[in-house]
Design a protein around this ligand. Structure first.
Ligand code: ADP
Length: 800
């Protein structure tokens, strides 16, 4: 065992920078090398004095950890008997008074080594510092203190050694607070994270590693580089949370733009915006909806919600959730970190929290100063929204809004394009049909002319052959009837298409309607040698309809049946009651109708097969007339056919008229005849002698008595003499025209119940109106349809 004086003598001559310390609590300095004395600005007077009295902490340093760390290291040496290498540590030394006093900044990397006595106890501790207080270390420490990265060292026991000022700042701890602490204890959340793995790896492999990782407990991102160091590892790190979030937000906005570009519907764009924001911000609910500026009602198509959070899709009254409407109406965004604390929401905090809203951001969308939409981000936790987050939400709201607007505009455009396309198709279809129709019309009108011209020639040649002349006359008559029918149909259609058909509904029985129609169609049916079966109900079925028009409907259907059925076919008419409707069914076993045409044949100019020579003689407007006439009388009509070759049926359905008593109409008006047509006295006035006499002849043949006047004045004179039931007056007559004559007749007592019929070459509505105004019951266009004339006369009650 060396005496203290010996130790000091030894130390004085030994190279190196060291002191020998006692193990007592004061760590009395037993000896010091010449280098040690020089470098600490001391002399041998320090020998025998307590170490920490000689080297107290610099009181002007914030956290003078130097003496504390040194004390701990010495304690460890005593406790473990192991040498203890300390991390780089600042421990300033007093400056001699001659040099101005105070302290001089110094950094040390001490190594404390136990020196054992023979009995195994620790005799002294060798405290070596020479290698660590050189100029290079000092500047290294200066560098470490000045860098903008956090820096710390960990020893092999994972204890913090040197921790620079920036590290303290980043981690938010007081300088020195981490000294000596084991990192896993100070930050338990690090275990088994990338931090943990990387520190272990470098500690074991002595190779550098670097990574960027999220530290959940602080909700931060760190960028870290780990180096092997003599005492363990050295760690450089930077808080890159902001940068990282901005990057995520930038990426999110890029994603958003792309997704919005693909969103077709306006509602979809709102949802896309919500999804991107929700997932990026880790919020609990995000939605984009329209707002009613005045009522503060929010309409959301579809919002994004974290699983377990209730959706706000639908209508939400914003006013019920705080007094923030005015802020939104001004176009100001709102970021509420905690609804309980904010005065704007404090009153509604309970209601908000019930909807899982503890914090939120609302970004309003204004249009011409009015609030039109709102993007809301809700969180069910307190959330201190950063300006970056709010800016991000605003940017997302702006992009979503643009997409929604574009979506709406596109939807409108698509709709109008659709409409335009449909209209265009309809127009070209109508145009095509019209062209076809004109071709057909020309054909159909020319068709009868050829035989008529031929017949005229033949008549001239065969003047002496009564048989040929009669046949030719019949031929011409048939052709004229055909032409007249075509032209009548055309005129009717032109009025129908303008919605100007005058109907004269009355309470009528269906049986006579069928009879009259059969009468009119008989020539066509007989010519084709069809058989016809007629089924009428036992009861009279009454409907309220225009008799003449209804006869026209049934005649049309019967003519079609005859026309579209090969010769010798079976036609049928059945009238029956079905609930409160009367059904009138015209059937045939003819060519039938393809399923795809069943409805189309009712369209104007529609014909299944124009080229079919057998069925020529139509313009494709008959069924259009039928349907329009039936519908105008409150009924409906449809076609039935099992397909080509299976025949067809056309069913007219009309509402039954109320019982006669209820209707309060005279029974006579039903027009049903039980006896043969009555003989009527008929006055005919026409300045065209041929027309007048042929008409008179026809009426005489039908069993009536007819007299002719050649102008209006004569007609009036004849009236008094004849006291007719019916007067047929040509409108365009000399002296007194038909209209004036009619007015005069109506003004006489005997003229009131007269059936007054106008004859005219003109059939426009204005012409018909003038006739009606003058007192005519009906307006007949020349050439007069004799069957129709007869039907009208028969239906009129006798004057008496
Ligand atoms: P048109 O008889 O002048 O051709 P319509 O409007 O009366 O015009 O009929 C339209 C089309 O409906 C006819 O061309 C025909 O193809 C079809 N059609 C009408 N009635 C029948 C029927 N009884 N059997 C088969 N096809 C019919």
């Amino acid at each position: 065992m060396l005496h203290r004086a010996d130790i000091q003598r030894l130390a004085r001559v030994s190279p190196g920078t060291f002191a020998v310390l006692a193990t007592d609590p004061d760590h009395t300095i037993l000896a010091a090398s010449a280098d040690y004395l020089r470098t600490t600005h001391t002399d041998e007077s320090i020998v025998g004095r307590p170490l920490f009295e000689v080297f107290p902490d610099n009181p002007s340093v914030d956290d003078p950890a130097g003496s504390r760390l040194l004390r701990a290291s010495l304690a460890r040496v005593i406790a473990t008997g192991q040498p203890d290498r300390m991390p780089l540590v600042r421990h300033d030394v007093p400056r001699p008074a001659s040099e101005g006093g105070g302290f001089e900044e110094r950094h040390w990397s001490p190594w404390n080594i136990p020196v054992f006595a023979e009995d195994g106890r620790i005799d002294y501790i060798l405290h070596r510092v020479e290698e660590s207080t050189g100029q290079s270390s000092r500047s290294a420490v200066e560098i470490l203190e000045s860098i903008t990265e956090g820096f710390f060292t960990l020893d092999r026991q994972w204890r913090f050694g040197y921790v620079n000022a920036e590290a303290h700042r980043i981690l938010g701890v007081a300088p020195g607070a981490l000294a000596e602490r084991v990192i896993w204890e100070a930050y338990p959340g690090l275990e088994h994270t990338p931090f943990w793995r990387s520190y272990h790896q470098t500690m074991a492999s002595r190779t550098k590693s670097s990574f960027t990782a999220h530290y959940a407990e602080q909700a931060r991102w760190y960028e870290v580089t780990v180096f092997p160091a003599p005492e363990g590892i050295a760690v450089y790190f930077r808080n890159v949370t902001e940068h990282k979030l901005l990057e995520t937000q930038r990426e999110a906005l890029a994603d958003l733009s792309e997704l919005l570009g693909n969103a077709r519907e306006p509602g979809q764009a709102g949802y896309v915006g919500a999804v991107v924001l929700g997932t990026t911000l880790h919020a609990s609910r995000v939605g984009y909806g329209t707002v009613d500026h005045d009522s503060g009602m929010l309409f959301v198509d579809r919002d994004w919600v974290r699983p377990g959070v209730e959706s706000l899709s639908g209508v939400t009254p914003l006013l019920a959730y705080g007094t923030f409407m005015d802020t939104l109406r001004r176009g100001e965004s709102m970021a509420i970190p905690d609804v309980r604390e904010d005065p704007r929401t404090a009153d509604a905090a309970a209601a908000l929290e019930e909807k899982h809203v503890r914090s939120f951001v609302n970004v309003p969308v204004l249009e011409q100063g009015r609030l039109v939409a709102l993007l809301f981000v809700n969180d069910d936790k307190v959330h201190a929204w950063t300006p970056d987050e709010v800016r991000f939400i605003q940017e997302a709201a702006a992009r979503t809004r643009t997409a929604v607007e574009r979506g709406t505009a596109e939807a409108v455009l698509r709709a109008s394009e659709d409409r335009y396309r449909r209209l265009n198709e309809a127009l070209s279809e109508a145009d095509r049909m019209k062209d076809q129709f004109l071709a057909t019309l020309a054909h159909e009108l020319r068709n009868p002319l050829a035989p008529i011209r031929n017949a005229l020639k033949i008549q001239a040649l065969a003047a002496n052959d009564p048989g040929t002349i009669a046949r030719m006359r019949e031929l011409m008559e048939r052709q004229v009837v055909q032409m007249v029918r075509l032209i009548d149909d055309l005129l009717d259609l032109s009025r129908l298409s303008r919605g100007l058909v005058e109907l004269r509904p009355e309470r009528i029985s269906l049986a006579p309607v069928v009879e009259l129609a059969l009468e009119a169609s008989r020539p066509a049916i007989e010519q084709a040698s069809h058989e016809l079966s007629l089924q009428l109900p036992d009861e009279d079925l009454f409907v309220t309809a225009d008799r003449v028009r209804l006869v026209q409907v049934v005649t049309n259907l019967l003519n079609n049946a005859a026309k579209f059925t090969p010769a010798g076919g079976q036609l049928g008419i059945r009238v029956e009651r079905s609930g409160d409707r009367a059904l009138l069914r015209v059937s045939d076993n003819g060519i039938g109708i393809r399923a795809d045409m069943i409805d189309r044949i009712f369209n104007m100019f529609e014909q299944v097969d124009r080229s079919n020579a057998k069925v020529s003689g139509g313009l494709g407007i008959g069924l259009t007339l039928v349907r329009q006439l039936v519908q105008a009388q409150g009924g409906s009509v449809h076609a039935e056919s099992a397909g080509l070759g299976t025949g067809s049926a056309f069913v007219v359905s009309l509402p039954l008229a109320p019982a006669a008593a209820e209707a309060g109409e005279p029974q006579a008006a039903d027009g049903r005849r039980t006896d043969a047509p009555a003989r009527r006295r008929i006055l005919i006035a026409d300045d065209n002698a041929d027309a007048a006499s042929s008409l008179a002849m026809f009426l005489e043949m039908a069993g009536h008595q007819a007299r002719i006047a050649t102008d209006g004045a004569q007609a009036l004179a004849l009236f008094d003499e004849l006291q007719p039931d019916v007067a047929l007056l040509d409108i365009a007559m000399p002296v007194v025209d038909g209209l004036a004559a009619a007015r005069a007749l109506r003004s006489r007592p005997a003229g009131r119940r007269l059936l007054l019929l106008a004859l005219s070459g003109f059939g426009q509505d204005a012409d018909r109106q003038r006739s009606a105004d003058a007192g005519f019951d009906a307006h007949l266009v020349k050439p007069v349809d004799l069957a129709r004339l007869q039907a009208i006369i028969d239906a009129h009650p006798r004057a008496g």
